[in-house]
Design a protein. Structure first.
Length: 108
């Protein structure tokens, strides 16, 4: 893993919050981490709507379970505590490549 991280400029990580130490490891390895759209089972509650902008709801999964997706409205206060039961994708940019990454976005 250390060799992979040394040579990577961008990582896309499917993250399930059961291992918050992974985030510490990625950050300590020189990456800036951005979260994306979050996935939740069930239906969004009023409390969830206070924390997330619901982007898709009433999604029926192959198991016939219902799910919804949303974007976090505010930054995490302490991701090691708050992130534990969350599933999301993380975009991780090597700090040495941030300028190159941002420059590429100008052409989109």
């Amino acid at each position: 893993m250390p060799r992979l991280l040394r040579n990577a400029s961008v990582l896309w990580v499917e993250f399930i919050g059961k291992d918050p130490l992974l985030l510490d490891y990625i950050i300590d390895s020189g990456f800036i981490v951005f979260d994306t759209e979050y996935f939740f089972m069930g239906k969004p509650t009023d409390a969830a709507r206070e924390l997330f902008d619901v982007s898709r709801e009433n999604i029926t999964l192959s198991t016939n379970a219902t799910a919804w997706f949303g974007f976090k409205k505010k930054p995490w206060n302490d991701f090691n505590v708050e992130f534990k039961l969350v599933q999301t994708d993380l975009l991780c940019i090597n700090r040495a490549c941030v300028d190159q990454f941002l420059a590429a976005g100008r052409y989109l």
